[in-house]
Every structure is written in structure tokens, then in C-alpha cells.
Write a protein that binds this ligand. Structure first.
Ligand SMILES: Cc1cc2nc3c(=O)[nH]c(=O)nc-3n(C[C@H](O)[C@H](O)[C@H](O)COP(=O)(O)OP(=O)(O)OC[C@H]3O[C@@H](n4cnc5c(N)ncnc54)[C@H](O)[C@@H]3O)c2cc1C
Length: 364
């Protein structure tokens, strides 16, 4: 490691970390981003779906200058998708016109990390954050001094823990695999015993698809996520072409505080995930930009880190709390059995299911 003294230290090179590092560097701070993995974005543990910019704007109308943040080059896009198909346990399909696109998360994360490096951030791989010691970050490559610490280290954030911030409660396990074949340009979500308390999915790419399963640990019947995935693969006769990869997804919305002292957390580390569908990439990027800019200015003494907390909550808190509330309704009324799931999905119908997916109120 060349430098051990920086304005802004970012832990984690997922979308939240890379975007934060980029905007902190563009705002004039000296930035180091550390990543425990040898290669950014590898292995992929994600469904790799992104809603269109128009949909992100509808879900989070307060986002400023959305176009420049999500100016994703066509070369990064595997497939443009026309909508989402929701399949109830009796296999009745509801089609939503929510457009989006799919990416290869390894290439996508590397693209975002390259943008951070081009902006001047130093990227150090194979560097694990262990904790805070006398105001410095303790890592396997030695201690690093910083003015502001940004925790973008995912759902089980060590940075959040070290800063004394709350943890994500009740994260859901989810696994994914790449399979071969030609699939319709629709994201397909399957509900019922195939994925208790959540859903299994087919997310189409070019001549491939990302398939996976997530579930609520409280609702599983003594089976592991791998066993659920085996059933899903067997049911659809997928030709698996990659090993199974898994991770946890925050399921209860944002944590109560995301700033403490001279540190903050962002992305999955902050629970900035849509509870009803597990989507978190756009949120990690939106909050990452706010985190990076504020961290840089705070390191120069121009503002406090509380500005970040205020900014992201102004844009995301209401939709994320609505999504978390809708998820609780689903847990209480829909996910009790296959019959109740079917009944609730039919009662809600296409318009309300569309609202549910888009973080909007489903009643009145
Ligand atoms: C199976 C699955 C499918 C998903 N599908 C979708 C989807 O289709 N669309 C969508 O929008 N969202 C999806 N998500 C959610 C999405 O992946 C996350 O919300 C998103 O990756 C959050 O980005 P992040 O940068 O906050 O965290 P991450 O992408 O998790 O990045 C955290 C980084 O920090 C590094 N790190 C962790 N601890 C340390 C440490 N101590 N020291 C150094 N580095 C560390 C990690 O190695 C990692 O690179 C899915 C999640 C899962 C698990």
C-alpha cells in the first residue's frame, strides 16, 4: 500500500463504494477504496437486474440529475427487458410493464470501480477492514489514517459495527446461478412454496439467464437455500452453467442511523434495499453519490456528515418505508400459505401489484 493517510477511506468496492469513491475524488478529496476480494465484482452474487432510469425516477422522484448517475453505456447492458411477470402458486401470470435491463455484475462493478480510479481514487484489493483502532482503520495490510470513513461493505457491515451503528435485522439468504438458453425479455418472479416468504426468479440475459431463489428463514421447512434452488432448477429443467453463489439481502429497510462520529454507511450496509423485491443496486448508487460528495466536503471541514443522512432520507426514506410496510402486509396476509399467496395476488390485481413493486402504497 503506497499511502496510509487519506481524506476519505471507502471500505468495499460494490456499487455503493465505487460511486462514493468516484464522487469523493471528483470533489477534490484524496480517496482510498479497499476491497477484501482479489477481483472487483467476482464472484457475482446478484440477480443483475436494473430498472430503467424512468422507473427509478418514478420510484424515487427526488433524485437530482439521475441521467448522469445512470448513464450506463450500451456495452454494459446484456439485454433490455420489456416488463415483469409475476407468477402465483397456481401459475397464473400478471404482467407489469416495468422496463429495465440486465448486466453482468462483475463487469458492471469493475466499470464503476474504474470510474472511481479514473477520478483519482486509489483501489487496494485483498485488503480487509477489521475494525477501528485509535481512530485508524485496522486492515490486514496495516493501519490506514482517514478523516472520514465510508462503510460500503455490504449487509453484514463491519464498519457499521465498528461505528456502533445498528445492524440489518433479519437478512434473507439468496442464491443465484447462470443458466444457458433463450428466454423472453421479461423478468419472471415465482411466488409460493418454491421460495417461502420471498420469490424465485428468472432474469434473462443474452443467450443466458440469471436464476435464483431467496427466502425468509422464518418460513423455511428445514431446507437450505441450496435445496430450494435445486427444486427450482429441477422444476424448470435449467441447464446450469455456473456454480451457485449466495449472500444475504437486507429485508427490513434502512437502519435507524447511518452516521456516527466521522463515519457513515451506505448501500446494503445501511439497509438501503427495497424490501418487497430485494433490489439495491440503484439505491447504492444514488446514496453512494451523496455519501461521496458529503464525505469529501466534511473531510475539508465544509460540512458535517449529517448532511448525508438528511439527503438520502429526503429522497429514499418514504418509498423504502412504504416498501417495508408492504412487505409486512405480505408477510402477515399473503405468505402464510400457497392458498393465501394466490388469493392475495388475485385480490390485489395488476395495478396494485405494480404499486407494490414500485414502492408505492397499495391502499387505498
Ligand atoms: C442473490 C441476490 C440477488 C440480487 N439481485 C438484485 C438485482 O437483480 N437487482 C438489484 O438492484 N439488486 C439485487 N440484489 C441486491 C444488490 O446485490 C445489493 O443491494 C448491492 O450489491 C448493494 O451494493 P453495495 O455496494 O452496498 O454492497 P455489495 O455489492 O455487497 O459490495 C460490498 C463490497 O464490500 C466488500 N467487503 C465486505 N466486507 C469487507 C471488509 N471487511 N473489508 C473490505 N471489503 C469488504 C465486499 O467484498 C463487496 O465487494 C441482489 C442481492 C442478492 C444477494
Amino acid at each position: 500500500m503506497d499511502r496510509t493517510d487519506v481524506d476519505v477511506l471507502v471500505v468495499g468496492s460494490g456499487p455503493a463504494g465505487s460511486v462514493a469513491a468516484r464522487y469523493a475524488a471528483e470533489s477534490g478529496a484524496s480517496v482510498m477504496m479497499i476491497e477484501r476480494r482479489p477481483e472487483v465484482g467476482v464472484p457475482v452474487r446478484c440477480g443483475e437486474f436494473m430498472p430503467s432510469n424512468e422507473e427509478i425516477g418514478l420510484m424515487f422522484p427526488g433524485v437530482q440529475d439521475l441521467g448522469s448517475l445512470f448513464d450506463i453505456p450500451e456495452s454494459q447492458i446484456c439485454l433490455h427487458t420489456d416488463g415483469i411477470k409475476l407468477v402465483d402458486p397456481k401459475e397464473r401470470v400478471t404482467v407489469l410493464d416495468l422496463k429495465g435491463y440486465t448486466v453482468d455484475r462483475d463487469r458492471f462493478d469493475q466499470y464503476l470501480a474504474d470510474a472511481a480510479v479514473s477520478a483519482g481514487a486509489a483501489l487496494v484489493r485483498k485488503c480487509s477492514f477489521y475494525g477501528i483502532e485509535n481512530g485508524e482503520a485496522r486492515t490486514n495490510q496495516g493501519n490506514i489514517r482517514y478523516k472520514v470513513l465510508v462503510g460500503a461493505d455490504g449487509p453484514g457491515s463491519k464498519v457499521a459495527q465498528s461505528l456502533g451503528l445498528p445492524r440489518n435485522h433479519n437478512p434473507y439468504p439468496a442464491v443465484t446461478s447462470q443458466v444457458k438458453g433463450d428466454f423472453d425479455p421479461y423478468l419472471v418472479m415465482f411466488f409460493g412454496d418454491i421460495a417461502p416468504g420471498a420469490y424465485s426468479w428468472i432474469i434473462p440475459k443474452d443467450g443466458r439467464a440469471n436464476v435464483g431463489v431467496g427466502f425468509s428463514p422464518k418460513r423455511t421447512k428445514n431446507a437450505t437455500v441450496g435445496e430450494y434452488m435445486d427444486r427450482f432448477v429441477e422444476k424448470h429443467g435449467f441447464e446450469e452453467c455456473s456454480r451457485l453463489k449466495g449472500k444475504y439481502v437486507p429485508s427490513e429497510g434502512p437502519i435507524a442511523r447511518t452516521v456516527a462520529g466521522n463515519g457513515l454507511v451506505v448501500g446494503d450496509a445501511a439497509g438501503q434495499v427495497i424490501s418487497v423485491n430485494g433490489g439495491g443496486i440503484p439505491l447504492a448508487m444514488i446514496a453512494g453519490r451523496m455519501a461521496g460528495r458529503t464525505a469529501a466536503e466534511a473531510s475539508a471541514g465544509k460540512c458535517g456528515l449529517d448532511r448525508y443522512e438528511g439527503e438520502w432520507r429526503a429522497v429514499m426514506e418514504k418509498p423504502l418505508k412504504t416498501a417495508a410496510f408492504n412487505k409486512k402486509l405480505a408477510d402477515t396476509f399473503a405468505f402464510r400459505s400457497e392458498t393465501s399467496t394466490t388469493l392475495c395476488m388475485r385480490l390485489l390485481g395488476q395495478r396494485r401489484l405494480g404499486n407494490l413493486i414500485r414502492c408505492k402504497r397499495i391502499f387505498p
